[in-house]
Design a binder for this molecule. Structure first.
Ligand code: B3K
Ligand code: ZN
Length: 876
């Protein structure tokens, strides 16, 4: 694992003009023949050798223009193939043959087997595990792929592009050929072969072309792919209407597999999905599962333009496709569901995942400039912060210029491998705006902190607002420059109206957006007739932390009356966090937890307000999480104290609000037939939120057990079970429900994952032993990433008191697990290990235990680059 630097980028010496691949599939010995047509670039050195990437490969034969190459002319190692003395002017053909063993590929990168199906994953650098190749995203070519396999077991032979034809081959084998006319980098290559069921449909594009849609799933699971198909058609339509993007092949295929390292992969015309994000029916999938399926189906489809048609020049540009595509899927979900509720959920996720990353040892800019292992950069910073940065461009430019910029980007760079600079330049050119200071968002890490102070001068009818921005140092970036921060704001007057200032001095203010560009800046708003309440960073227009000591009365007013629903939610959070922090400190001192009357009254009023969307009220009811509280505390974290304090606060709120909560829990909608739409899901989430709170107020499992028994869909069933397991883990009701759940869903892997993770999330010291016991269960499968995540991942990411038990035993367990998982699947190990990134903010004795466990990992023999990179940075 050498360090790669953005500054070292240079184009290849050879242009790859065509790729022709032939696979003879065999579980243990697959033959791969790659015919590659290259032409030396005019600008390249006449003597430069051709260097191809490999990874654990063994060359079998090598031809140049169909003639075997003498050994002196090349050098082959498992990770590279170097060929000298190649033609200076004319195109030439290299034909590489090698054999690979998909059966033993447990990394799930390259060609592997999952449940008897051949499947590939090539992003970022998996193609080099299939054949020697210039495996980098700026090498684009059209591909022809021929797949030969035994008919038995492999009726399906799929690859990218359009189907050319197929037929019988020799000795019980058959073949199929595919051609993808759209030049693509190798990371978008895919091959799938096996025996799967299919759901078929068609989509007619805006120019009237009919596209065949196919979703492949295990036989018998076809009915569970109906929602994914519906989401796909809606995505295709939406991308035409909103971004003017039309699909460009005759066929679009999705394959669902059960062993997959991440969510899904956008291979051209042949997306491969973790089946968790395809399969759903009311009995087995929750509302959250449906929403994820819709979002991820859309995300991968949207990549066809943002990622595939326009790809990345190099992996440093990853957020060019990922940040932009997340922005696009967020917008899609906002249009399909409730925009404010989607925004609230996205910001909660950003703050709980990306903010800690950005303030810890793994902090990096959305566009980093070095990496050791690129797979470790598929982070929440590249994805979610990347989306926020795109969103800020839209805020700064306004809808019309943003659209012009997107159109210009598509027009200029279609068919190319582009950079973040190309992207930003499209918006600057389309709008005439200078985005050079804004570009710091791509190159600097860290979350800016904006401190706010304000004053109102009644005599002059002027409101003045002083803002100061600072960003703490991050690894490798000790000094930060001031950024361009777009802050949406409203000055709310006594009568609830939003003030229209006569003039604003001190900087740019347009369409309700203030442009903070200096380190310190004072804006004055004139013509403000009474002291306004300031609502700032509405809709979370910028991904920043705010320091603003706003008084409770103002927060209550915002929480009750703002027209921006995100701001209302934020005000509630701002009321709740100080209460939760004070409660934590009280627990630590052995004092009673006191709650706050403003918070309780406002919260109960809002959740009981039937004029508001149920999904919004459910978000309001879900107080800041234990992780949110830890983040707000900023250091010396004691997860047990936080847990107790939060529970005591919930108990107080629930006790005070029992009448409202009972009304919500008994809501008539209890009887409605299941539909996964956002409105129904919102009603369920409010009812279930009330059920959670009532468990605190009532202190007995009866209500949850009754809800479990009466549940008619997975959302309600799993929620009732989570209340039982979280609140009453040792009760007879819980044990019964867990046993019934296991029995009922014993043959459904995705539901068993829920069964495992519900138990792994049970708080307290006992979590570790429970998880160890579950790993011995007959249902545990160590080679299946979803299963490993549902146990080990849940402990490390979603069970603060269980993971951070004071004796450090869970850290030591995690270290053992990481070392063991790393031997099979480095990407999975490295991802789970990132759960340790905030160890320095733990209280001293936990931090010591964590450090010791991390050191055990660092010292282990034979670590992958993936894990060694993460552990090295976390410990640094
Ligand atoms: N592009 C893939 C992620 C690939 C991860 C490689 N380690 C899925 C997505 O973002 O759509
Ligand atoms: Zn993506």
């Amino acid at each position: 694992g050498q360090i790669v630097h953005l500054a070292d980028y240079r184009p290849t010496d050879f242009v790859l003009e065509r790729v022709d691949l032939t696979f003879e599939l065999d579980p243990k010995n697959t033959k791969v023949e790659a015919r590659l047509i290259f032409q030396r670039r005019e600008s390249a050195d006449r003597h430069a050798p051709l260097v191809l990437d490999g990874d654990e490969l063994k060359l079998s034969s090598l031809l140049l223009d169909q003639v075997e190459l003498p050994a002196a002319q090349y050098e082959a190692t498992p990770d590279s193939l170097t060929i000298r003395d190649l033609p200076a002017e004319s195109p030439f053909e290299i034909c590489v043959t090698n054999y690979i063993n998909p059966q033993v590929n447990t990394q799930l990168m390259g060609l592997y087997r999952t449940n008897g199906v051949y499947c590939t994953q090539c992003e970022a650098e998996g193609f080099r595990r299939i054949t020697y190749f210039p495996d980098r995203p700026d090498v684009l070519a059209p591909y022809t792929v021929t797949i030969i396999a035994a008919k038995e077991g492999n009726p399906l032979l799929l690859s990218n592009g359009n189907f050319l034809g197929g037929g019988n081959y020799d000795e019980g084998r058959h073949f199929a050929a595919w051609f993808d006319p759209h030049p693509k980098p190798s990371y978008l290559f895919a091959l799938v072969a096996g025996d799967l069921g299919v759901v078929e449909d068609t989509f007619t594009t805006m120019s009237g072309r009919e596209v065949a849609l196919k979703i492949y799933v295990e036989h018998g699971k076809e009915p569970r792919a109906a929602y994914a198909m519906d989401a796909l058609k809606r995505s295709m339509k939406w991308d035409e209407e909103r971004f003017g993007r039309e699909y460009d092949l005759d066929i679009f295929m999705i394959v669902a597999v059960s062993d997959f390292n991440m969510g899904a992969m956008e291979n051209k015309g042949l997306n491969v999905f973790n089946d968790k994000f395809v399969l759903a029916d009311p009995e087995t999938a929750s509302d959250a599962d449906y929403a994820n399926i819709e979002r991820i189906i859309a995300h991968e489809y949207f990549h066809n333009w943002t990622g595939n048609r326009i790809t990345c020049r190099d992996w440093f540009q990853l957020c060019l496709k990922e940040g932009l595509t997340v922005y696009r899927d967020q917008e899609f979900s906002s249009d399909m569901r409730s925009r404010p509720v989607k925004r609230i959920a996205d910001v909660r996720h950003l703050k709980s995942e990306q903010f800690p990353e950005d303030s810890g040892p793994l902090a990096h800019p959305p566009r980093p400039d070095t990496y050791r292992e690129i797979n470790n950069f598929y982070t929440t910073t590249v994805y979610e912060k990347g989306a926020e940065v795109t969103r800020m461009i839209a805020t700064i430019l306004g809808a019309e210029d943003f659209k012009k910029g997107m159109d210009l980007y598509f027009e200029r760079h279609d068919g190319e491998a582009a950079t973040v600079e190309d992207f930003v330049r499209s918006f600057a050119d389309a709008s005439g705006r200078d985005l050079s200071q804004f570009s710091l968002w791509y190159t600097e890490a860290g979350t800016p902190l904006v401190s706010v102070s304000s004053a109102y001068d009644a005599g002059k009818a002027t409101f003045s607002l002083t803002l100061e921005q600072t960003t703490a140092p991050t690894p490798g970036q000790p000094v930060k420059q001031p950024r361009h921060i777009p802050l949406s704001l409203a000055l709310i007057l006594d009568n609830g109206q939003i003030a229209e200032p006569q003039a604003v001095e001190g900087g740019e203010y347009r369409d309700g957006v203030l442009h903070l560009t200096q380190r310190n800046q004072t804006f004055s708003f004139s013509g403000i007739s009474s002291r306004p309440v300031l609502s700032i960073n509405r809709s979370f227009s910028a991904p920043i932390n705010l320091h603003f000591e706003q008084n409770a009365a103002d927060l209550v007013q915002i929480a009750r009356h703002e027209t921006d629903m995100f701001a209302r939610f934020q005000a509630l959070t701002d009321l709740a966090l100080p209460v939760l922090i004070a409660a934590t400190k009280a627990v630590q001192k052995g004092e009673d937890v006191r709650t706050d009357a403003d918070l309780i009254a406002t919260l109960i009023e809002i959740i009981g307000d039937d004029a508001l969307e149920p999904a919004f009220r459910a978000q309001a009811l879900a107080l800041p999480s234990e992780t949110d509280i830890a983040r707000e505390l900023g250091g010396n974290t004691d997860p047990d104290a936080i847990h107790k304090a939060r529970n005591a606060t919930i108990t107080a709120i629930a006790t005070a609000g029992q009448d409202t909560l009972r009304r919500l829990a008994d809501d008539a909608a209890n009887g409605e037939a299941y539909s996964p739409d956002a409105g129904s899901a919102g009603r369920r989430s409010l009812r279930n939120g009330a059920l959670t709170f009532l468990a605190f107020a009532e202190g007995t499992p009866e209500r949850a057990a009754k809800a479990y028994a009466g549940a008619t869909n997975m959302t309600d069933l799993a929620h009732a079970l989570s209340v039982l397991t979280q609140r009453f883990p040792d009760s007879a009701e819980t044990k019964e429900a867990l046993a019934a759940f296991e029995k009922r869903f014993a043959d459904n892997a995705l539901v068993l994952d829920k069964w495992f993770s519900l138990q792994a999330a049970i708080p307290g010291e006992g979590a570790l032993d429970r998880i160890k016991a579950l790993m011995k269960s007959k249902h545990f499968i160590a080679t299946n990433p979803n299963r490993v995540r549902s146990l080990v991942g849940t402990l490390a990411f979603s069970n603060p008191t269980g993971f951070h038990r004071a004796d450090g035993a869970a850290y030591r367990f995690l270290a053992e697990q990481i070392i063991a998982i790393d031997k099979r699947n480095p990407q999975l190990a490295a991802r789970i290990l990132t759960s340790m990134r905030s160890w320095r903010s733990l209280e001293a004795s936990r931090a010591d235990h964590a450090k010791a466990a991390l050191s055990t990992i660092a010292e282990a023999k034979g670590l992958s680059t993936d894990v060694s990179d993460i552990v090295g940075r976390i410990l640094k």
